[in-house]
Design a binder for this molecule. Sequence first.
Ligand SMILES: [Zn+2]
Length: 88
Amino acid sequence: MKSNRKFLRQCACCKQYKDKTELIRITKDYKTNEIKINTDNSVMGRSLYICKNEECITNLLKKKKIEHVLKGKTPVNIKEKLDTVLTN
Ligand SMILES: [Zn+2]
């Protein structure tokens, strides 16, 4: 069986490996230190991935994963933005 291992990314919350199309990428801009949802891969910098589901998004915020993994402040409106990604 062929595997596309290199395209798999790990969710920061549930630790499952998934294809990156099934994950949301959140990146801290290496120039501005701004944390953004990186849907079009336009932002360069340290990144984390989370599943496109309510549970992982809730845990991401509850367990302050953005602070721990990206060493930055969780943007205040990130929940709304993640909800927008989910519904798209
Ligand atoms: Zn997950």
